[in-house]
Design a protein. Sequence first.
Length: 237
Amino acid sequence: MAKCRVTLIANAGVMIECNGAKVFSDALHRSKTLNFSAVDEQKQQRLFSDPAFKNADAMIFTHKHPDHYSKTLIGKMKEYTPGIELISPIKEFDDMLLIEKDEQRFRFKKFTVDFMRLTHSGAEYKNFLHYGFLLDFGGFTVLNTGDGDVANPALIRYLSGRRIDLALMPFPWLTLKSGRNFTEQFIKPRHVMYFHLPFAEDNISGYREFAFKALPLMTAVDDARLLSEPWQVEEII
């Protein structure tokens, strides 16, 4: 039986299943951006009909960019799975848990989640409200850096003394040497999966080729994978 299963939905949107818990992360977004794919109508149909995506415990959002967040789809998921927890720094629903501190923890029966405010990558977004987080599923930990700066020194203190079983990070953490070195020195995950890649039909800037070419360079982690295909499922045994 898998300790953890990650299903790619689109872009940096995934469903994480570990130790009996099911959590969506940045998985509900419907606006196509220049370089990145979205949860289009066809994918939405499957998302809201396939039993595999029902009865999730929570949906987490790192920030409000349209390639990560859709109020419309969030509302639809709340109807599809009554009782699902919404954890977000965007106050758009009354029945939600608001991330409003630089560091904040939420505890649930099946998992805990620690948030840390991180600078979004790109100078134009340096003041944009954005978080990374660490999920702990009863001893199995999953780090998601969101769209934070690659090799952000703030993560050194945040991760000090913490074991990271799985790191989920955008592909620049792989393609940039600074990201690979920081991962080796400070994150030290047992497994790493890179995402935030466009699907093949949206790959106008060559990001997929850069990522596939760089994957063999991540030698510090024995298990390094790319999340690149619609509905791709990766398991950790």
